[in-house]
Ligand binder design. Structure first.
Ligand code: PMP
Length: 435
């Protein structure tokens, strides 16, 4: 017997906390029943009730070629037929590492000489931080308010994404001694960062930054911000960890590293989402000197039973192989069209809003002036988003269930899918206006 979405949610809540395995899936902040999906193809997802939606979540980023891209599915099937995992090295892992090292380049510079594959973005940033501490012999980490780097203890202070959606200051269960090792600074504020370095510079192991923040909605870096914080970190003997889990291989072939208007010099880069093609895989990379501090060569320990899993490696390689200039052109074009349609629908209803962009990433913010940090993001009229979201999903468009998230467009968003989004927007804009 097939159940409705509501019945599935009741069943799920009895079996799992909040009925979910990741908090924002509970749709708590948008006030409607979460949809339980059974299949997805191209730009569409289908729920247990057989309803199809144009999808702008894209599995939170990985589905950049569209869902169930035939080449990616075939690569995974082929890999599966040869064994699901060996807990030993495979040639494919080396090929994926080589692909990452070759793609992340700008003006002939290659910041990544060595890569380690892990299974989640959380592991990638956690390992990057341990590596920075191991490399510098220092303990303190600087992060920016509203940035999200996964759910490890030290990185939840004033975090974006679900922590922002649920309006949580951080997380219970993080020892005070651990939280004290993280200094949180307002984003896009070089003066504040400079003060922190002036006071504690000798103890700071690294700054960790989202290459272009996308977990408080999109808040692009001020011109030259990444380059300036790299310089500041390096002047004090600290490292710069640039988190490209979300932007990596999405905003361009070399991620944000390749498109930032002012080039910057990262020490460690982290990747996830797109690099795993929809399966659990993430990565970190940097110079050989830093990366070789990892065990077995160096004193910084990191390991994983499923690291470099052959199915995930196959999905990642097939995805990167198909992310050519044409794919990026399609994503950029679809993203420009959808953002423009959202803006014009909201303007037609007189809804105060801005659309912030970072490459092909964008989000709608209900503010008069483009927010530049977490405080200004939080000051927007966020209450307009839930009715907007509900009208869109009722009309068959699945948006991220929070105003603090990016809209994920794929290369499969063709005119038909974009047309459905455009058709749904006027009613949603009216709902936002009436909120
Ligand atoms: N860093 C960034 C920038 C992210 O967007 C995310 C996930 N949204 C993470 C880290 C954590 O990745 P994961 O959910 O795979 O642990």
């Amino acid at each position: 017997m097939t159940l409705t979405n509501a019945q599935e949610f009741t069943r799920a809540q009895a079996a799992m906390p909040g009925g979910v395995n990741s908090p924002v899936r509970a749709f708590g902040s948008v006030g409607t029943t979460p949809r339980f999906f059974t299949s997805a193809t191209g730009p569409y997802v289908t729920d247990v009730e057989g309803r199809e939606y144009v999808d702008l979540v894209g599995s939170w980023g990985p589905a950049i070629l569209g869902h169930a891209h035939p080449a990616v599915v075939k690569a995974v099937q082929d890999a599966a037929s040869r064994g699901l995992g060996f807990g030993a090295s495979t040639p494919g892992e080396t090929s994926l590492a080589e692909l990452i090292e070759a793609r992340v380049t700008r003006d002939g510079v290659r910041p990544i000489e060595k890569v380690r594959l892990v299974s989640t973005g959380t592991e990638a940033t956690m390992t990057a931080i341990r590596l920075a501490r191991g490399a510098t012999g220092r303990d303190l980490i600087v992060k920016f308010a509203g940035h999200y780097h996964g759910h490890s203890d030290g990185l939840l202070a004033e975090a974006g994404s679900g922590v922002a959606t649920l309006a949580m200051p951080g997380s219970a269960g993080v020892p005070a001694a651990v939280a004290a090792q993280t200094l949180v600074v307002p984003y896009n504020d070089l003066d504040a960062l400079g003060e922190v370095f002036a006071a504690r510079g000798d103890d700071i192991a690294a700054i960790i930054v989202e290459a272009a923040p996308a977990n408080m909605g999109i808040v692009p870096p001020a011109l030259g911000f990444n380059a300036a914080i790299a310089d500041l970190a390096h002047a004090h003997g600290a490292l710069l960890i640039v988190d490209e889990v979300l932007t990596g291989f999405r905003v361009g072939p070399a991620g944000w590293y390749g498109v930032d208007p002012v080039p910057f010099t990262p020490d460690i880069l982290t990747f996830g989402k797109v690099v795993g093609g929809g399966l659990p895989l993430a990565a970190l990379g940097g110079s050989a000197a830093i990366m070789e501090l990892l065990a077995p060569l160096g004193p910084v320990y990191q390991a994983g039973t499923l690291s470099g899993n052959p199915l995930a490696v196959a999905a990642g390689r097939a995805t990167l192989d198909h992310l050519d200039d044409n794919a990026y052109r399609r994503i950029d074009r679809a993203s420009t069209e959808i953002a423009a349609a959202a803006a014009s629908a909201l303007s037609a209803e007189g809804v105060t809003h801005v659309i912030q962009r970072a490459g092909n990433l964008f989000s709608v913010q209900f503010a008069e002036v483009a927010p530049h940090d977490y405080a200004s993001v939080k000051a927007q009229e966020a209450f307009r988003y839930p009715p907007f979201f509900r009208a869109m999903i009722d009309a068959g468009v699945s948006l991220p269930p929070s105003v603090f998230e990016a809209w994920f467009v794929s290369a499969a968003h063709d005119d038909a899918a974009i047309g459905r989004i455009i058709d749904a927007l006027p009613t949603a804009a009216r709902a936002a206006a009436q909120a």
